[in-house]
Design a protein around this ligand. Structure first.
Ligand code: ADP
Length: 478
């Protein structure tokens, strides 16, 4: 078995703000069958400590970025966890990244530098009975781990992988924090951790990791362009020979229309009818002739929901309906609440996992008009539930949805959804019109739903790709 330490700031089902948690939570199980033993290093937030119910102390650190800390080992929800119990960094209320003012915790650079530092210590032999061959860090929160490893005793012995789930978050800190973050001034250069006069934890990972991955092949290409690289396109271009895209899968046990305890289960699209009636009742939507569209999303600029507000009349004029679940930007939230004055629009502001299942089961189509989308998960749930995805042609949305064209509607490859480009309100409006036209042809629509439900969205393929990546690293036994 190849021993891999996954370093992540969130991990489902313990702590989640977005897709990273789903991936970090699913990978260990998916990789077990591919000859990989993955342990997961996670900060000891209150929710994580509560889930541990004790745990075994396997290391103590006297000074872990401003206080004492312990590494606890425990198995929770099938995950082999190593938890960094550092109360001075993680034992606080509000969010895992944001305080209750809605701003980043001021010591976020130290909080996640500590996580990365401890990963490097574990790589260097901190634990008495287990040492990884590979450290796989996620996003900026794990970004310093490859740097600490390259500069520490495990250099050249332990290999490193960094996965970018979203390049928009780069882990910036003022240069004055260099020594607090245990970084050497020799590395504070454009070839190192320096980014326009600041420290960037993500850049550190991009520079020092042996391999860089992101969560779809198209996003891997897009990241090399100024439009999507968010200032790091040059750094990535310099490392393009070690950059690749591996699509995320979804947990098909949790997201399974045949066996989902939160819905009226179904194995064929026809079985969605009971769920659709229930969803309409739950959202107070009347009967209608057009498709019932759903959105489940963080409400941010990235997700293109402002475009949907602009294009909405096209859907409503054709008898379509919209049910939205999301939270985030207060301006967008308010705009959706205003849109919900229309009888065929309903909005729930908040985060509600169970409702997201009921929406997937009851919706006809899921809309994902993102401006950029590293992979995206909700379109994958949509495929699984026969809830036809209408997506922007970008990132993982481009890689996972086979667009309806004359050829794909007729045969092979088979159409599973609708794509639009460019990502503008007008193109989205045209796509919504096309959606309504397809929905009005029940035979074609059913065929698309069946195609969608048959499309493979589990982890098998991706787990094999990660296992191959690990085993291709120098010095890793196959
Ligand atoms: P991102 O990570 O950019 O937020 P993804 O599509 O990769 O986008 O993952 C989002 C995850 O969060 C999905 O599992 C989605 O179902 C879930 N999600 C987002 N908003 C909500 C919400 N308001 N209620 C329930 N689940 C949500």
């Amino acid at each position: 078995m190849t021993r891999v330490l996954s370093v992540t700031s969130e991990c489902a089902p313990l702590v989640k703000t977005g897709g990273l948690a789903d991936v970090a939570g699913a990978l260990p199980g998916a990789l077990a069958g591919a000859g990989v033993q993955m342990r997961t290093l996670l900060p000891g937030y209150p929710a994580v400590m509560a889930a541990l119910d004790g745990g075994e102390v396997c290391a103590r650190l006297g000074d872990c970025f401003g206080g004492a800390a312990r590494v606890l080992a425990a198995t929770v929800a099938g995950l082999d966890l190593l938890v960094l119990d550092a109360p001075h960094l993680y034992d606080r209320g509000a969010g895992i990244y944001l305080s209750d003012t809605g701003r980043d915790w001021p010591d976020n650079p130290e909080r996640f530098a500590a996580l990365s530092w401890v990963a490097a210590e574990i790589a260097g032999g901190l634990l008495p009975d287990w040492r990884p061959e590979i450290v796989h860090a996620h996003d900026w929160q794990g970004g310093l781990a490859p740097c600490y490893i390259a500069r520490g005793p495990a250099a050249g012995q332990v290999r490193t992988v960094l996965t970018i789930h979203n390049i928009a978050f780069q882990g910036l800190a003022p240069a004055s924090r260099l020594s607090a973050l245990r970084l050497s001034s020799a590395d504070f250069t454009p070839e190192g951790v320096e980014y326009w006069g600041q420290i960037s934890a993500l850049k550190a990972g991009l520079v020092f990791a042996d391999r860089i991955t992101t969560v779809s092949p198209t996003y891997a290409e897009e990241l090399l362009t100024p439009e999507f690289g968010m200032g790091l396109e040059g750094v990535l271009a310099a490392r393009r020979n070690v950059l690749s895209g591996i699509l995320n899968g979804i947990d098909t046990c949790i997201w399974s229309p045949e066996a989902d305890p939160l819905i009226t289960p179904y194995a064929r699209p026809e079985g969605k009818a009971a769920n659709k009636s229930a969803l309409r009742a739950e959202f107070g939507l009347p009967e209608a002739d057009g498709p019932l569209c759903i959105v489940i999303s963080r409400m941010t600029e990235q997700k293109g929901l402002d475009l949907l507000l602009d294009a909405l009349p096209t859907l409503l004029d054709r008898g379509g309906q919209l049910a939205v679940l999301g939270s985030g930007d207060p301006v967008l939230q308010a705009a959706f609440e205003r849109a919900a004055r229309h009888p065929n629009v309903a909005v729930r502001i908040g985060y509600d996992e169970a409702l997201s299942h009921r929406m997937m089961a009851g919706g006809d189509a899921i809309l994902v008009p993102s401006r950029f989308e590293p992979c995206g998960l909700t379109q994958l749930y949509g495929l699984r539930y026969g809830t036809v995805p209408l997506v922007a042609l970008t990132g993982g949305l481009a890689d996972t949805v086979i667009p309806a064209t004359h050829a794909t509607l007729a045969g092979k490859p088979v159409a599973t959804g609708i794509q639009f480009h460019p990502v503008t309100a007008q193109a989205l409006g045209n796509a919504l019109a096309r959606l309504c036209a397809l929905y009005a042809q029940p035979k074609l629509w059913r065929r698309m739903q069946r195609n969608a439900m048959a499309h493979p969205v589990g982890w098998d393929h991706s787990a094999a790709a990660y296992a191959a990546l690990y085993k291709g690293l120098p010095g890793i036994a196959t």
